[in-house]
Ligand binder design. Sequence first.
Ligand SMILES: [Zn+2]
Length: 432
Amino acid sequence: MAEKSVLEQIAKKSGKQAGEIEDLVEEKKKKFSGLLTDSGASFMVAKDLGIELGLESVKRINIAALKDGMQNVDLLVRVMKIFSPKEFEKNGKRGTLCNLIIADSTGEARFTVWHDDVEKIAKKGVKRGSILLLHNCYAKEFNGKVQTSLAYKGRFEVNPDAIFADLPEAKSKIVKAGELAEGMNDVSIVARVLRIFPATEFDRNGKKGKVMNFLIGDETGTVRATAWNDLVEEAQKLAEGEAVSIDEGYTKPGLKEVELHLGWQARISKVDETGLPSSEEIRKGSATRKKIIELKQGDSNVLVEGKIITVNKGALFYNVCPKCGGKVHRLDEGIVCDKCGEVKEPDIREVISVRIDDGSAQVDAVAYGKEAEKIIGLSNKELKKQRSERGSESMIEELQELNGTKIRIVGKVKQSNYSNQPELVAGVVELD
Ligand SMILES: [Zn+2]
């Protein structure tokens, strides 16, 4: 059946009953032996009755009809893909552009928006699947393909009451982390950001590039994501614990498992709480349970359960750079971060090491930051205060009260810098 709003619009403008219009539409469809869609038939009925419908414009054309040099045309399209906005410099002026792939029933084309419109795309919530009514576009041929952009006075409407939109669906393959396999393209995933690693720069054939890794996961598992170049900037806006939607990624085999790559066509957007499990649930869910005796150097994402037998001696915190969170060094000239330079007032990061026993063997487990706080039982501020008042030794003595407490740790196994023994580095700590 034709859309009600359309029928009503035609009825209102023609002074006829909606039912009557519906009959006319059905008749029209029969006449064309089912070749007409509802909206196509409604359009023809409106035309027969001499009615202009809201969206119908004389200038409106199909994508297949776009030709190099056309100006002042309107298009009604579906957004099939949005690429990450890009900054560029031309004649000393900076600008931004954003490419979209748009489609209607006749074909696909690249649509480029510039400058302020790039911001509007984001602000108006344009995403894959959105319908756009583009007013006043021009077309240009590039590399043998026709592309379109808004003219100087052009504008666009998002999800208009698109009554004649025989638009194709925007396909998306939304997958779960556990379903990712080698060689997948156009992958979309909604997951939680579990860990963010610092970005690094590289030089390849004289071209500079950036790359950044982050770990995401959902109830089915975790996956390492790799953002390249322009996408690194987007990925850097993410925070651990946030839910994120990644579109148009592709997969590649990694060192151990398949990885999700975010190339130039990928898109990262933060999403609201999505019913995803918490970071801790995801880590625990995806971890492999192991006995301490089975732990091997290089193991990652293992779950170990045991009892604290002693709290190891240590400083309980170390100084970090308040800007980047990296370690700082105390030099004669003052405190210095390798990345950020001089540090006036360093932040502190908690660290604690406990020896645990699960009956099979013993291992030292070290926890940092918030996870260390769970064991120490003090906030960052309180810890700093107490340690300067009475020193870490007496605090650790007091913490021996924890001996015998059940502890669950999800983490990785690494060679300790101090003892040369395997050490469990905690990602998640749970105390009974
Ligand atoms: Zn720093």
